[in-house]
Design a protein around this ligand. Structure first.
Ligand SMILES: O=C(O)CCC(=O)C(=O)O
Ligand SMILES: [Fe+2]
Length: 311
C-alpha cells in the first residue's frame, strides 16, 4: 500500500494506491455536494490516474447526496436508457432483479457511452458480492504491436439485446425476465471503434464487453474468436482489482478505461442492493479520429437528462 503524494494542497484527501494498473482508495473525504474545489480536483485526477476509486465510511450519503456529488464530477444522465422503473435519480442494482456477473463497460449500446459511474452500497450480503474492475488501458498497452494494429483497425457492434446465456448458467427467474424485458424494451445498437482514445487522458483503451454482438465485417466465428482474444487480455488478473464492499462504501470508475464484473458468490436468499448514477460522456473516437455511429435507437433523452425535481 502506498500513499500518493500528488494530492492537491488544501485538501485532507489522501490517495492510497491499490494496484499497479488500477484502483485507489481515497481517505479523508466526506462525499456530498459541498466538497471544496481542491478535493474535487484531487478526486478527478485520481479517477483518471487510477481508473476506479473507492471511498469508505460514507454512511451519511443519501441518494440526493450521491446525486449532488455526481454533479461535481459531471452531468448525470437519467438512471438508464431503458430501465426506468428502478429509480428516479439513480439506478437500483438489486439482486432480486439483476446480477451483473458479466464483464462489461456500462451502457456501451448507446453512442454517448457514460464517462463515469458512481456506485453506492445500500444493502449487502453477509458474505461474497464483491465487484472486480479491469483496466482496458493496461490491456491495450500490454498488446504486442501487431495486435495493437489489428485492434485499432476493428469496429464492434454493441446492443442491449445481448447474449446472457453465454456467461450465466442459471435460467433467469420471473423477476429477471421482467427486468430483462424492460432492459430490452427499446432496441439500441451502436458501432464503436475497438480502440478508443480517451477524451481526457489521451490514453488508448479497448472498448468491448458483454454488449458486443459482432465485429463489423467479420463472420460470427471470426467475430467470436477476435472478441475472445482481446476480451481475455482485458480480464487478465494483473489488469484487475477487486473490492469487498462494506456498507457506506462508494466506488467511482472511469467508464472509458475499465470493465467490471459483479461476483455472484452470495446465496439467493441474501439481499444486495447498490445505487448507480452515470455521468454523460461524449461519442467515442478511434485512433484515426472516426467516431462511433448509431445503428438503432436514440439516446438523446438518456444523456440530456432534465434534473429530477426535488422530492
Ligand atoms: O453490482 C455491482 O457490483 C456492479 C453492478 C454494475 O454493473 C453497475 O453498477 O454498473
Ligand atoms: Fe455495470
Amino acid at each position: 500500500m502506498s500513499v500518493d503524494d500528488s494530492t492537491v494542497p488544501g485538501t485532507a484527501a489522501r490517495v492510497v494506491r491499490l494496484g499497479a494498473h488500477l484502483g485507489a482508495r481515497i481517505d479523508g473525504v466526506r462525499l456530498g455536494g459541498d466538497l471544496d474545489p481542491a478535493t474535487v480536483a484531487t478526486v478527478r485526477a485520481a479517477l483518471h490516474e487510477h481508473k476506479v476509486i473507492f471511498f469508505r465510511g460514507q454512511h451519511h450519503l443519501t441518494e440526493d447526496g450521491q446525486y449532488e456529488f455526481a454533479q461535481l464530477l459531471g452531468t448525470p444522465t437519467t438512471p438508464h436508457p431503458t430501465v426506468t422503473s428502478a429509480g428516479a435519480k439513480s439506478l437500483a442494482i438489486d439482486s432480486h432483479q439483476t446480477r451483473s456477473n458479466v464483464w462489461h463497460t456500462d451502457v456501451t449500446f448507446v453512442d454517448r457511452v457514460p464517462s463515469a459511474s458512481i456506485l453506492r452500497a445500500v444493502a449487502l450480503p453477509s458474505y461474497g458480492g464483491s465487484t472486480t474492475w479491469a483496466s482496458t488501458v493496461a490491456a491495450y498497452a500490454a498488446l504486442p504491436a501487431p495486435l495493437k494494429l489489428l485492434a485499432e483497425s476493428l469496429r464492434a457492434r454493441h446492443t442491449n439485446r445481448y447474449d446472457y446465456a453465454a456467461d450465466i448458467e442459471d435460467h433467469p427467474g420471473e423477476r429477471d425476465r421482467a427486468y430483462r424485458d424492460e432492459f430490452e424494451s427499446t432496441y439500441f445498437e451502436t458501432e464503436h471503434p475497438v480502440v478508443e482514445v480517451h477524451p481526457e487522458t489521451g490514453e488508448r483503451a479497448l472498448l468491448l464487453g458483454c454488449f458486443v454482438k459482432e465485429i463489423a465485417g467479420l463472420s460470427g466465428t471470426e467475430s467470436r474468436a477476435l472478441f475472445r482474444l482481446f476480451q481475455d487480455r482485458i480480464t487478465r488478473l494483473e489488469h484487475t482489482t477487486r473490492w469487498n464492499w462494506e456498507l457506506g462504501d462508494v466506488a467511482v470508475w472511469d467508464n472509458r478505461a475499465t470493465q467490471h464484473y459483479a461476483v455472484d458468490d452470495y446465496d439467493g436468499a441474501e439481499h444486495r442492493r447498490l445505487t448507480r448514477i452515470t455521468l454523460a460522456g461524449p461519442v467515442p473516437v478511434g485512433v484515426d479520429g472516426t467516431p462511433s455511429t448509431v445503428l438503432a435507437g436514440d439516446a438523446e433523452s438518456y444523456v440530456r437528462a432534465p434534473l429530477p425535481r426535488a422530492a
